[in-house]
Design a protein around this ligand. Structure first.
Ligand SMILES: [Zn+2]
Length: 100
């Protein structure tokens, strides 16, 4: 697991390009380092719900670009909604209709 975190950013050209856009030293960063930088920006909290100590490095499945660090629930939630803001909006409107 730790080995994968240190190597993953080095083996994917798509990830390298995405990192270079996001961070000045992007191509030289490991996944672990990218996650640490996002966590510092996010004050150690999930970028969506604010839970402490998130561990999942969220990325755009089309571009490979990293977007932030999320807790398991938020990361899986985005995946189930296919990263689609329209679908997420519909879910919010649905809950507004059915919840008291
Ligand atoms: Zn969360």
């Amino acid at each position: 697991m730790d080995y994968w975190l240190d190597r993953a950013a080095e083996v994917s050209p798509v990830v390298k390009d995405a990192l270079a856009r996001r961070f000045p030293t992007g191509g030289r960063l490991t996944v672990r380092e990218v996650r640490a930088r996002f966590l510092a920006r996010q004050n150690g909290k999930c970028a969506i719900c604010g839970a402490d100590g998130p561990t999942h490095l969220d990325h755009d499945h089309q571009t490979g670009e990293y977007r932030g660090v999320l807790c398991l629930g938020c990361n899986v939630g985005l995946g189930h909604f296919r990263d689609d803001p329209k679908r997420l909006g519909e879910a919010i409107r649905y809950l507004d209709r059915v919840l008291l």
